[in-house]
Design a binder for this molecule. Structure first.
Ligand SMILES: Cc1cc2nc3c(=O)[nH]c(=O)nc-3n(C[C@H](O)[C@H](O)[C@H](O)COP(=O)(O)OP(=O)(O)OC[C@H]3O[C@@H](n4cnc5c(N)ncnc54)[C@H](O)[C@@H]3O)c2cc1C
Length: 200
């Protein structure tokens, strides 16, 4: 393996790049990946989910009375879902999915949209309870180019095709290769373990 950081030699490799990164040829394979793997990559594009985190000033009053989960609006999909105190931390987290997430990320408007939702739900006083905000940007992060894979309609079998050994020495693994637990950490982990077991 050759990279700008140097070269490595190994008996075998398990590559766990996201499918969107593989599709962009940011990493070149020599010989190129077989057609069946390239087709599987094309069939498993990444969606763009994002999160906005607001830091709560404290864990008292407002924070204590927040529902654990709530939806910004029941009448439209152009909304986000909210989680209060994720992991017991003084945070209020907005979760965005679908086209809205990609659109807002591109325009740099995730935080503003989340603030508008909070104002509509709680009134302007809510901002006295919040400190700074931080938004993810999974769609534009060059090491992700998306959040998690979604099989194109009719292509659910692409996951098992992607997980097939490329050669005796090269296997792909990661979330997109997980037939049952795709889109999760444990699916990614299990697919890596399966690839390692095949190689050892
Ligand atoms: C908003 C959001 C919420 C989520 N919530 C949950 C959850 O609650 N529970 C859960 O189980 N899962 C959750 N997931 C999914 C979980 O994070 C992923 O399924 C998992 O991280 C995928 O692991 P992976 O190893 O396949 O890919 P990644 O974690 O994406 O790892 C790929 C690696 O490749 C590296 N890389 C990329 N390009 C290059 C390059 N050119 N050269 C070298 N290295 C490169 C990246 O830096 C990265 O380290 C969530 C994901 C998102 C986006």
């Amino acid at each position: 393996m050759d990279s700008t950081a140097g070269s490595l030699e190994a008996r075998a490799a398990i590559v766990t790049l996201p499918t969107a990164v593989l599709a962009q040829d940011a990493v070149r394979f020599d010989p190129p990946l077989p057609a069946s793997h390239r087709q599987a990559i094309e069939a498993l594009p990444l969606g763009v989910c994002n999160k906005v985190f607001f830091r709560l000033r404290d864990m008292q009053g407002f924070a204590r009375n927040l529902p654990r989960h709530f939806i910004g609006s029941g009448g439209t999909s152009r909304t986000c879902s909210w989680e209060a105190l994720p992991g017991g931390r003084p945070l209020l987290m907005a979760y965005f999915g679908g086209d809205l997430s990609a659109e807002l990320e591109k325009r740099g408007e995730l935080v503003q949209f989340a603030r508008d939702e909070l104002r509509r739900i709680f009134g302007g006083g809510v901002f006295n309870e919040l400190d700074d905000a931080l938004a993810t940007a999974w769609g534009s992060d060059p090491c992700s180019l998306g959040s998690y894979s979604a099989a194109r309609p009719g292509h659910a079998d692409a996951r098992s095709r992607l997980a097939e050994p490329v050669s005796e020495r090269l296997h792909l693994a990661g979330e997109a290769c997980a037939v049952h637990h795709y889109g999760t950490l444990y699916g990614a982990w299990l697919s890596g373990v399966a690839a390692a077991e095949r190689l050892l």
